[in-house]
Design a protein around this ligand. Structure first.
Ligand code: SF4
Ligand code: SF4
Length: 133
């Protein structure tokens, strides 16, 4: 596997889908934005018994995506920082190649050891057990 995120690209942030949040993501993002975690949650988070995710704004895929990229980059959700080493992509060559059609970073840069990729995927599994039952 080769991967190197491409400067100036935001294609993964523009894909349809949800940004699921770990419990750790919420206080980290709130602190980065100088907000109280409860206020952050009320404003940005949709939560049910079984999931936590960012609310999706009306005319974009992510409220934090701005013209010059992710406005919370240093504190972004685990789902964002671990892409494209998600379990469903690391475990499936077909899905990895399918994702490579729109992610220009896949296939670029140095080789990534499969054990490193699996370790990152496991971090996602551990942090989002409800999504990976
Ligand atoms: S689509 Fe791929 S290359 Fe583009 S920002 Fe996302 S991870 Fe980086
Ligand atoms: S939080 Fe940042 S990296 Fe994640 S989808 Fe939104 S803009 Fe993209």
């Amino acid at each position: 596997m080769r991967f190197q995120c491409q400067s100036g690209c935001t294609k993964c942030c523009e894909q349809q889908g949800f940004v699921y949040l770990t419990e750790d993501d919420i206080p980290r993002l709130a602190s980065y934005l100088g907000m109280d975690p409860d206020d952050f949650e009320r404003r940005y988070v949709y939560r049910t018994k079984n999931l936590r995710r960012l609310r999706v704004p009306r005319h974009a895929q992510c409220v934090f995506l701005k013209e010059d990229g992710c406005s919370v980059h240093p504190a972004k959700p685990l789902q964002c920082s671990t892409f494209p080493f998600w379990p469903e992509l690391v475990d499936s060559k077909r899905e990895w190649l399918k994702t490579a059609r729109w992610c220009p970073g896949i296939g670029q840069g140095p080789l990534v050891n499969i054990e490193t990729a699996r370790g990152i995927a496991q971090t996602m599994r551990d942090a989002n057990p409800l999504n990976y039952q």
